[in-house]
Design a binder for this molecule. Sequence first.
Ligand code: DON
Length: 323
Amino acid sequence: MSPESQIQDVVNSVYEKYAGLNEGEVATYIPELSKANPHHFGISIVSTDGVVCSAGNYEQEFTIQSICKPFAFLLALEGHGREGTLARVGVEPSGDAFNSIELDPKTLRPYNPMINAGAIAIASLIKQNPPEAGVRAFVERMGKAAGRSLRIDQDVLASETFTGHRNRAIAYLMLNWGVIEGEVEQILFQYFSQCSLLVNCRDLAMLGATLANMGSNPVTGQRVFDFQYVKDVLTVMFTCGLYDHAGEWAYHVGIPAKSGVSGGIVAVVNRQLGIAVYSPRVDAKGNSVRGIAACRELASQLGLHAFEFTNVGSSFMQWLSAD
Ligand code: DON
């Protein structure tokens, strides 16, 4: 049996195993998100040599929400370097909810770029003038990583703009402390637009595989991100990607990942795989219930945990010889 059909069998079996898991609720605090179908469930895996395996509703589009955050962090690092970016945001897990209204009391910066405060600080770095240009640059880069052109869901963007007062409070707190500068509404336009990017599960796995492949899309072969910053992003995904569930995730799954409140999770096996799960029922911490269960099962069946003795990182050698 080819490695491709072996992986497809594992994906199918994980899909079957968790298709009946109906715990969690669709997020409603952004009203437009409440329209998601709670039964949707998709899984995709893309390897760094371009093999794609999927099951379920993997072509169903949804807004990327917080999964935009690691990619926005990468763009900030490219534009401002480590010093310029880390002057605005830390790399420390907060152990708090994604939308907590707090800054690190020692540094007066947001704890990390995966929580909303940090992501808004990052948005202030990558926004452009006019504001549409910054959004366009983000959408284009994400499209290159996904291997197809992507677009913003204008209804979700409007819904979040009208109701996102907690994010406004966070932004004004940071304006007060000098973490961000300029027009709060323009910064939030960048952040809310990033969150409203439409992707499907396959796109998300391709985005993950582009990180796993050191910044190059494994199917198109196009270099998308500056590889020197990929390790910064994967590190912060590993320690902070699942917010106040990050420790449990590192223990049980053991690979860098990022979740979004619309029900997506992307996970990255360095030099090997991008994995994505979509299922909109989320737990109290805003993480997809089926997504966590499916990733845990995939990591176990495929031996993906970073410290798993069977994970030999063999595709790194393939990557070196292919370059
Ligand atoms: O800022 C917000 O509330 C949303 N746009 C994103 C939140 C999110 O995805 C949290 N992750 N689980």
